[in-house]
Design a protein around this ligand. Structure first.
Ligand SMILES: [Zn+2]
Ligand SMILES: [Zn+2]
Length: 448
């Protein structure tokens, strides 16, 4: 540390302002040689005190980096999920630093900002795996990871004081629907270069074994939908383009036509079409005409898997959708998991469908996998630690219980140094290894 309390040339620091000791709202800072890099800038969701209303959207307090904006070298985006990009439209204008994202994330950032009435951040520098970029004293390399939205990348960040591997959100997928399958060799060679600190996704630290593959989910959805009569409605996380592609394949296999219900899924399909991830000529049926099609020829993809009020699925459950009315013989499939806190809203949604004699199939009750998590489970975390063999592991992206469990997993496969802390704690990676508690002010503020 130099006299001003900033990182010196021999220092390599990690300072989370969000996402460490909590779920969502990821914002990480990396400090070296009086300069800072930001990794992601997301939102979090807090349950409202008023039953029946949607969660509050919040963003991290950023006064620490606001006061240092001239030494903020870049904001690096790992992927297009809201807990990683959701606050960029509101916050980036405070710093106006280079903003770097892959093409898909850049497209989502632009469209989200427009949708929220925020100024679109411009320019967005496009990152591509294999191309190193230098920002001040940092050299950054983008490394493709399997996850539940396209073009997710981990970051290899090299400095004179050491090397960081920031995993972002990731899993091992041997049969992904989008992107390349997991390659152990890629991470083995990174391990051989010597990783001082691995900043590690803790989401599924309590889940034994390995995550299912998107390829398996695709096959199961195709099989299930082919066997159903009546209309089929599927809800999933709309940023999961692989899942949307699987549903398009299921529609083709069962000779159904696709109708999108909900702004978010329509926006994501437009993003994917513009980047040629989904066939630009894909014919969609307008909601107004679904009622004229034979029931067996309809596949609706709807937003609202978490029971959000006002979503497409919520309107279908209450039979208040202007053009589509479900009835006995129709089926609603939840190709999703219920995020903790939303159980009540999802239960209400399911009850409404069942009362209308609509069949409900939820991935959480299904034998064949109808949803695959995007996050590494225990066996995958162990495998990655063995490939990377980092000097230090810093668990992030989870509440305190998950961080502690992730550290325990790292220790169990021979990582000798793990650092645990929460937002606002300063993690020193080099030259000494340790944590300074409550280094800077942190908190949550409403995204307005
Ligand atoms: Zn995340
Ligand atoms: Zn994610």
């Amino acid at each position: 540390m130099n006299n001003s309390g900033e990182p010196g040339v021999k220092d390599l620091w990690f300072l989370p302002l969000g996402g460490c000791g909590e779920i969502g709202m990821n914002l990480n800072l990396i400090g070296h040689d009086s300069q800072w890099l930001m990794v992601d800038c997301g939102v979090g969701f807090t349950q409202s005190n008023h039953p029946g209303t949607d969660p509050l959207i919040e963003m991290p307090k950023t006064s620490f980096i606001d006061q240092r904006k001239t030494s903020l070298m870049a904001l690096l985006v790992t992927h297009a999920h809201e807990d990683h990009i959701g606050a960029i439209g509101k916050l980036w204008h405070r710093w106006k630093c280079p903003l770097v994202a892959t093409p898909f994330a850049a497209e989502v950032i632009r469209r989200r900002a427009l949708g929220r009435g925020a100024a679109v951040p411009e320019p967005i520098i496009i990152a591509s795996p294999g191309n190193d970029k230098r920002f001040g004293s940092f050299i950054v390399r983008w490394i493709p990871m399997n996850h539940s939205t396209p073009e997710t990348c981990a970051l290899e960040i090299e400095t004179a004081a050491g090397r960081i591997f920031h995993t972002a959100d990731w899993k091992i997928d041997k049969a992904p629907v989008v992107g390349r399958e997991f390659s152990a060799a890629r991470y083995e060679s990174l391990g051989l270069r010597g990783v001082d600190a691995m900043i590690s996704d803790s989401t599924n630290a309590f889940v034994d074994g390995e995550s299912p593959s998107e390829g398996d989910v695709r096959a199961n959805l195709i099989e299930l939908i082919r066997c159903l009569d009546g209309r089929v409605v599927v809800t999933c996380f709309s940023s999961n383009i692989a899942r949307l592609i699987s549903l398009i394949d299921a529609a083709i296999a069962s000779e159904r036509r696709i109708c999108l219900v909900g702004r978010s899924v329509s926006m994501m399909v437009e993003c994917a079409k513009s980047l040629k991830m989904i066939d630009a000529d894909l014919q969609l049926v307008d909601q107004r005409y679904v009622g004229y099609l034979p029931q067996k020829e309809v596949l609706v993809i709807a937003t609202g898997s978490q029971g959000e009020s006002g979503s497409g699925l919520s309107r279908l459950s209450m039979d208040t959708h202007r053009h589509i009315s479900l009835e006995k013989g129709d089926t609603v499939i939840f190709s999703s998991r219920t995020i903790p806190g939303n159980e009540g809203a999802v239960k209400t949604l399911r009850r409404r469908f069942v009362e209308n004699e609509v069949t409900v199939i939820h991935a959480e009750d299904s034998g064949p996998a109808l949803h695959a998590t995007g996050h590494a489970c225990k066996a995958e975390l162990e495998a990655m630690y063995r490939l990377i063999r980092p000097r230090v592991v810093i668990p992030v992206h989870g509440d305190s219980g998950r961080l502690i469990e992730n550290a325990r997993i790292a220790s169990s496969v021979g990582v000798t140094n793990t650092l645990n802390g929460v937002n606002g704690d300063l993690f020193s990676i080099s030259p000494a290894t340790g944590v300074s508690r409550r280094f800077c002010e942190v908190g949550r503020v409403p995204l307005v």
